[in-house]
Design a protein around this ligand. Structure first.
Ligand SMILES: [Zn+2]
Length: 301
C-alpha cells in the first residue's frame, strides 16, 4: 500500500482497488477534523485503515467519509470504514443514500454492470445505520484550520455524482467526472456506465468544470493532475468518439458490445489490468448504447 502527499493538508492512500496499485485512492483531508474522500470497495477498506495507521491518524479522529457517487469503487468500502471509524458520518447524494443503508439492490445492479469476470474483485457492502448517513448535495464542511470542502453537482457519469471543492487549495475531488487518468496502466478514458449514464448532462458538467478554471483535480482513478483543461477536453473528445462508434453500430443493427469495447479501448493484456480495462470499457459501451436507445425513445426527455 502506497501513501503520497498531494497537498499541504491532503494525502492519498492507494488502496489497491481491484487488486492493483495505481487504480484507486482514498484521499485524507486534514484540518482540525479529518475527512476521507472516496472509500474504494469493501475489499480495499483494510488497506485504507492500514494507511490511516501509517499516517498516525487514530480511528476516532476521522469524522467524515465523503463519497462522490453510488458506484462500488467509490462508496463500496463505506460500511466497513464506518464500522471501524466510530465517529465518522458518511456523506452521499440523498437520492441514493438508501442503498448504503440497504445495499442488496445496489450489489445486484453492480454485478450486472461490471460483469462476472470483474465482480469478485468488488466485495460485499456492509449496511450503514441510516442515522450515520447524511445528504451531501449541499454540503459545506468546515474541518478547521481554513480547510473547507464544498459539494458541487457533477452529474452525467451517474445522476447522483457530486464533486467536492477544497477551498484551501482550490482543487476539486472530481470522482469520475473527468474519467480515468490511470497513467501507470496507460488507461485514460471516460467511463460511461450502465444503467444511468447520460452524455448530455456529462458534457454539460465538463463545460461547467472547465469554467471553474480549477488549478488541480484530485482524480479517484488516479491521483492529482494539474493539466485540468487538457484532461477535461480529452474526456469530452473521447466521449464524442464513443458516441459516434455506438451511433454507427446501432445504425448497422444489433451492436456487439465486446467487439466495440475492444475497439474503443484496445488492451491486449491478459493479466489483471486487462480484466479492469475490459470491464470498464464494456460497461462504458453498454452504458452509451443504453443512453442512446433511451434518448431515441423519448427525444425530448
Ligand atoms: Zn463511477
Amino acid at each position: 500500500m502506497e501513501i503520497f502527499q498531494v497537498d499541504e493538508h491532503i494525502w492519498a492512500i492507494d488502496h489497491e482497488l481491484l487488486g492493483l496499485p495505481g487504480v484507486g485512492v482514498t484521499y485524507v483531508v486534514r484540518g482540525e477534523e479529518i475527512a476521507l474522500v472516496e472509500t474504494g470497495t469493501a475489499l480495499t477498506a483494510p488497506k485504507t485503515l492500514a494507511g490511516l495507521d501509517a499516517l498516525g491518524i487514530p480511528r476516532e479522529a476521522v469524522r467524515h467519509i465523503l463519497c462522490t457517487h453510488i458506484h462500488m469503487d467509490h462508496c463500496g468500502g463505506s460500511g466497513h470504514l464506518a464500522a471501524a471509524l466510530p465517529n465518522a458520518t458518511v456523506y452521499i447524494n440523498s437520492s441514493v443514500a438508501e442503498h448504503l443503508a440497504n445495499p442488496t439492490k445496489l450489489m445486484a445492479s453492480v454485478r450486472r454492470a461490471v460483469g462476472e469476470e470483474a465482480w469478485p474483485l468488488h466485495g460485499e457492502l456492509l449496511p450503514i445505520p441510516a442515522e450515520r448517513i447524511h445528504p451531501a448535495e449541499t454540503l459545506r464542511l468546515d474541518l478547521g484550520r481554513d480547510v473547507v470542502l464544498e459539494a458541487i453537482a457533477t452529474p452525467g457519469h451517474s445522476p447522483d455524482h457530486l464533486s467536492y471543492r477544497d477551498l484551501k487549495s482550490g482543487g476539486l475531488f472530481i470522482g469520475d467526472a473527468a474519467g480515468l487518468v490511470m497513467e501507470r496502466w496507460g488507461l485514460v478514458f471516460p467511463v460511461t456506465p450502465v444503467p444511468a449514464y447520460n452524455l448530455e448532462t456529462h458534457q454539460a458538467t465538463i463545460a461547467k468544470l472547465r469554467a471553474l478554471n480549477l488549478p488541480r483535480i484530485y482524480v479517484t482513478h488516479y491521483g492529482p493532475h494539474d493539466d485540468v483543461d487538457h484532461q477535461l477536453n480529452y474526456a469530452a473528445e473521447r466521449l464524442a468518439e464513443l458516441f459516434d462508434l455506438v451511433d454507427r453500430a446501432l445504425a448497422d443493427g444489433d451492436p456487439d458490445v465486446d467487439a466495440l469495447a475492444a475497439r474503443w479501448v484496445p488492451y491486449p493484456d491478459d493479466g489483471p489490468a486487462g480484466v479492469v480495462a475490459r470491464s470498464w470499457s464494456r460497461m462504458s459501451v453498454a452504458g452509451m448504447i443504453r443512453y442512446e436507445l433511451k434518448r431515441r425513445q423519448s427525444p425530448t426527455a
